[in-house]
Write a protein that binds this ligand. Structure first.
Ligand code: PEP
Length: 250
C-alpha cells in the first residue's frame, strides 16, 4: 500500500516569523494519518526542523546541487540538505527548469546526488500549455521520466510529482480527466521501467493550484497519492484542510 503524502513547497517565501504557521499546523495535525512534508527555503530548513521536533511532519529541500561539494557559490549539496534535518528534496521543479535552465540530465544527476545523501527525491515533471495544446503531453512526460529519474528507483527513494506548468500558481487546475489520464500513464511507465513491484510502490503526487476546495475531488482520482502544494501550503488553515481531505480519501 502506498502511504498518501501531502507536500508543501514554500518556494521563496517565509522567514522565522512564519514558523508560527508550522506551530499552528502541528497543533491541529498532531498525528496525521498521511505523510506530511514541508519544503521551506534553505535558510529556514534547520529552524523548521527544530520547530517540528519529533512530530510526524518531515522537512525537505527545494533543490540540491548535483555535486558533493566545491566551487558552486550560492548552491547547497544534497548532504547539506540532509545535514539540516531534511529527509526529502524536490528536484526538477518547473521553476528550477525555467529560471535556472535545468535539463533532464541535470535533474537526473541531482536526483542521484539526493539518493547518495539518503534523501527521498520528489522529481517534478509536467508539460507547458503550448505542449498540451500541441497534444504532446504524454511524449513530454515520457522524455522527462526517462531523462530525470536515474536507474535504481524504489518506492522509498522516489516520489514523482506531476505538475502541469500551466496550472502552477495560476489558479487553473487540470481537469480530473486530465489528471487521471496522466497519473495512470505515469504509473504504467514506472512499472514498465522499474518492474511492477517498484512501479506500484512509487507515490505520484498532483501539483498545480491545489486548494482546500478542490483537494477532495483530486484525491479521488486514480493513482493520485497526494499533492505537492505551493501557495496553499503557506497558511496552516489551508494546508491543514488539504491534509484533512487527503486523510478522508483513505
Ligand atoms: C508548486 O509550487 O509546486 C505548486 C504546485 O504551486 P501552486 O500550488 O501554488 O500552484
Amino acid at each position: 500500500m502506498r502511504r498518501k503524502l501531502a507536500a508543501g513547497n514554500w518556494k521563496m517565501n517565509g522567514g522565522g516569523a512564519e514558523l508560527t504557521e508550522v506551530e499552528a499546523l502541528l497543533a491541529t495535525h498532531t498525528n496525521p494519518k498521511v505523510d506530511v512534508l514541508l519544503c521551506p527555503p534553505a535558510t529556514l530548513l534547520h529552524r523548521m526542523g527544530q520547530t517540528i521536533g519529533n512530530s510526524a511532519i518531515a522537512t525537505g529541500g527545494q533543490d540540491c546541487h548535483q555535486n558533493e561539494n566545491g566551487a558552486h557559490t550560492g548552491d547547497i549539496s544534497a548532504a547539506m540538505v540532509a545535514d539540516a534535518g531534511a529527509r526529502f528534496v524536490l528536484t526538477g521543479h518547473s521553476e528550477r527548469r525555467t529560471d535556472h535552465g535545468e535539463s533532464d540530465a541535470c535533474i537526473r544527476d541531482k536526483t542521484r546526488a539526493a539518493w547518495d545523501a539518503g534523501l527521498t527525491a520528489v522529481v517534478c515533471i509536467g508539460e507547458t500549455l503550448a505542449q498540451r495544446e500541441a497534444q504532446n503531453t504524454l511524449d513530454i512526460l515520457i522524455g522527462q521520466l526517462a531523462g530525470s529519474i536515474p536507474d535504481n528507483a524504489t518506492g522509498e527513494n522516489l516520489v514523482v510529482a506531476y505538475e502541469p506548468v500551466w496550472a502552477i500558481g495560476t489558479g487553473k487546475v487540470a481537469s480530473l480527466d486530465q489528471i487521471g489520464e496522466v497519473h495512470d500513464f505515469i504509473r504504467m511507465r514506472l512499472e514498465r521501467r522499474f518492474g511492477e513491484g517498484v512501479g506500484r510502490s512509487v507515490r505520484i503526487l498532483y501539483g498545480g493550484s491545489v486548494k482546500p476546495d478542490n483537494a477532495s475531488d483530486i484525491f479521488d482520482v486514480s493513482n493520485v497519492d497526494g499533492a505537492l502544494v505551493g501557495g496553499a501550503s503557506l497558511k496552516a488553515a489551508d494546508f491543514g484542510a488539504i491534509i484533512s481531505a487527503l486523510e478522508a480519501s483513505i
